[in-house]
Design a protein around this ligand. Structure first.
Ligand SMILES: [Ca+2]
Length: 425
């Protein structure tokens, strides 16, 4: 019974409103499909539900095809930039694994000694934009370093060659370490922007309600989206500060900060227009998605979504960015951001941003604001439901061909999102 207990801890600390969440997780456990099943279909009423607000939303019909299994607590899915069929999966407990979608072979690229309490672990991976020539990649993990627990961003090199079996990556540098006061809200994603710079989202340091006020404190790296240049180290650090970062001239605020006021930006990605779309996990009431831009304040912990948090009434609004999408805890309790779909399998999904909820297993797709359009709250008809699945949707992955994948934290299965299966009698 070890595994369910770990899951409950992970779920509960993502949002700190425990009883309701635990119950939801247990209900899901009962609904889980048998392991002999290798796909879940939109048309199968036993596994897929459209309830609550989803009952009134427009639907996009999809099925989930199992492409890999037997991962232990997967946390990230990426694809090897020069090998479209090689999927890379991180496991919370510290392993980075490869899996061939061509022949089902797999192996371990590295194992990192990480902390694994609550939301700690090996959490995010980004390949360098020039990976093909320099073979560099970056990991986001929670580790103990010099006696202190915190987030560590490290640089690695993967040896070249066709055959991945037996290949082991080597760590080349520690890029950044940030001490974490609590085990939750480490965020975890890493992503390079179209500008070639590395974006590192950091949560507020954890516990609940942001007890130290990190979200609004620009003198700390916590509760912020950082932007650094790993190719041009400067000032005695293994990275440089881009000249157009908002606080580059500031003596007071941290120069790594690109935007702040974030609670726990667990997953974020760049859309095809180069906009940074970040899903920020909420406290007790609201889950949210924002377009994150230079020098903007996304409100936490003054506001949760577009609502007052502290103070609970008549909170300031000026200078605080509202999300473009938010949903309440009757729909889900821990948002998992995804990617804009640009694959060929599901025409209705093309160009839409896919996201989901870890606790309730709901999947949605949104029509993001058009290029150049001011940020605004999306209207109801711009959000589609893909149903509520019996899964703990912990992360998404995007193939080099634009197809999307998701990982089920509980079962360790990886699914590809495909067109709906047509029922035949
Ligand atoms: Ca916010």
């Amino acid at each position: 019974m070890k595994r369910p207990i770990l899951i409950v801890v992970f779920v509960a600390l993502l949002c700190v409103s425990c009883t309701k969440v635990r119950r939801a997780a247990m209900e899901l456990a009962v609904e889980r499909p048998s392991s002999s099943q290798n796909s879940i279909s939109f048309s199968d009423p036993l596994t897929l539900v459209f309830d609550g607000l989803d009952a009134t939303r427009k639907r996009i019909a999809v099925s989930l095809k199992e492409v890999a299994r037997d991962f232990r607590h997967p946390t990230d899915i990426q694809f090897l930039p020069d090998r479209p069929s090689i999927m890379i999966v991180l496991e919370q407990e510290g392993k980075m694994k490869w899996h061939s979608l061509e022949d089902d072979t797999s192996g371990t690229i590295l194992e990192l000694k990480v902390l694994t309490v609550s939301e700690q672990g090996l959490l995010g991976l980004a390949f360098h934009p020039n990976f093909r020539s320099n073979r560099k990649f970056y990991l986001n993990a929670t580790v103990k370093s010099a006696g202190k627990e915190g987030t560590q961003i490290s640089e690695w090199k993967l040896p070249g060659g066709e055959n991945l079996a037996g290949v082991r990556a080597a760590q080349t540098e520690i890029i950044l370490e940030v001490q974490q006061p609590y085990a939750n809200h480490n965020a975890g994603q890493l992503a390079f922007g179209p500008d070639g710079l590395l974006y590192i989202g950091l949560g507020d340091g954890g516990w609940g309600g942001d007890p130290h006020g990190h979200g609004q404190n620009r003198e700390t790296l916590l509760g912020a989206m950082l932007r650094i240049d790993v190719d041009h180290p400067a000032g005695g650090k293994p990275y440089g500060i881009p000249k157009d970062n908002p606080f580059v001239e500031s003596a007071r605020f941290r120069r790594e900060i690109w935007a702040w006021g974030l609670r726990n930006p667990w997953r974020y990605s760049f859309d095809p227009q180069g906009r940074l779309i970040a899903a920020d996990v909420g406290q007790d009431l609201w889950e949210e998605i924002s377009i994150v831009e230079r020098g903007k304040n996304y409100g936490w912990n003054i506001r949760e979504g577009s609502h007052c948090f502290k103070p609970s009434e008549n909170c300031p609004e000026k200078g605080l960015e509202d999300p473009i999408i938010e949903y309440g805890h009757e729909e889900g309790q821990s948002i998992t951001g995804g990617y804009v779909y640009s694959g060929k399998k599901i025409s209705e999904l093309f160009g839409k941003y896919l996201f989901g909820d870890f606790v309730t297993g709901r999947l949605w797709a949104a029509e993001l604001p058009k290029s150049g359009e001011a940020h605004r709250r999306l209207r109801g008809e711009e959000i589609y439901t893909l149903g509520r699945w019996p899964l703990q949707i912990v992360t998404f992955g995007k193939g080099l061909d634009g197809e999307l994948y998701l990982a089920d934290y509980r079962s360790g299965m990886i699914y590809r999102i495909e067109a709906a299966q047509i029922e035949r009698e």
